[in-house]
Ligand binder design. Structure first.
Ligand SMILES: C[S@@+](CC[C@H](N)C(=O)[O-])C[C@H]1O[C@@H](n2cnc3c(N)ncnc32)[C@H](O)[C@@H]1O
Length: 268
């Protein structure tokens, strides 16, 4: 309870109640250097909803929501099952408080399960009874990596982990991805060092080029709501398929030095 957790800090930023003093203080500390922090978290969560809806409309009905976080208002199964009542979702997180709240949330849906696991252990995730019950790896699966891989240090080989997971999934599978990035090494280092100084296990802010490794060998979809083929496809999450905003590679305010780079990409 004295060490901030990423899941509870994110919950606080989204206006949730499942957080402790240490989490709130850590967020206030971070916000001193990143005033846009609350918008940052909310934009990421809104991206998750738009992306799940998009992928559902492409006919994908199985979701592996890795690093799912604490339940909030519009969770993956709410969005996916509204688009397709037959959609199945397995939430995975390693934080015990997420599990406690998550299990309560999913009891209302037969097509949903919550699994406590470290996502680095892909064998455990894929062989768990919850996954077997709901996910058929011979059919397309959407792997959700939303605001997750920056939690993993380079030693954990987060991008290699994604590659080996996708290798085990059927063609037509896809990733929904966002990652905190910066094109300013000092701004990246400040955020990384600040979070690690809380004693919270974390990875690092990466450059857009480094984070783009996740899309290697995959086909990125257009970030425009009308699907047009124009400009970059990995963009600031606040602008991905947004009804009122054009997609932007990075926030147009040069004072904003970090953003969640996002994209959706398919394995063909
Ligand atoms: C910033 S939250 C993102 C929540 C949600 N994906 C979203 O974007 O709205 C990151 C989540 O990843 C989880 N997480 C971090 N490292 C993990 C790991 N190695 N295995 C499983 N979950 C992890 C944290 O506990 C936290 O709930």
């Amino acid at each position: 309870m004295d060490t901030p957790s990423i899941a509870r800090m994110y919950d606080y930023l989204l206006g949730g109640k499942d957080n402790f003093e240490a989490d709130r203080e850590a967020c206030e500390e971070l916000a001193k250097g990143i005033p846009e922090l609350v918008a940052f978290a909310n934009d990421n969560r809104a991206f998750l909803g738009r992306a799940v809806e998009y992928v559902s409309r492409q006919g994908v009905e199985q979701f592996l929501d890795l690093g799912a976080g604490l339940p909030t208002t519009e969770n993956t199964h709410h969005v996916a099952q509204r688009a397709n009542p037959g959609a199945r979702v397995v939430y995975v997180d390693h934080d015990p408080i997420v599990l406690a709240h998550g299990r309560a949330l999913v009891t209302d849906s037969a097509g949903t399960a919550f699994l406590m696991a470290d996502i680095r252990d892909t064998d455990q995730v894929l062989s768990a009874p919850e996954t077997h019950r709901l996910i058929d790896t011979d059919q397309p699966v959407c792997v959700m990596l939303v605001s997750l891989l920056h939690c993993l240090p380079d030693e954990s080989d987060p991008f290699g982990m994604v590659r080996s997971l996708l290798d085990r999934l059927a063609p037509g599978s896809c990733v929904i991805f966002s990652h905190i990035v910066s094109d300013d090494p000092e701004a990246a280092a400040w955020m990384t060092e600040k979070i690690l100084s809380f004693g919270t296990p974390w990875g690092r802010v990466r450059s857009p080029e480094e984070a783009s490794a996740v899309f290697s060998g995959l086909e990125l979809v257009s970030p425009w709501i009308d699907g047009r083929d124009q400009g970059p496809r990995a963009v600031d999450c606040a602008t991905w398929r947004h009804p009122d905003r054009d997609p932007l590679r990075r926030p147009d305010d040069p004072e904003i030095k970090r953003w969640e780079m996002s994209g959706v990409a398919f394995k063909r």
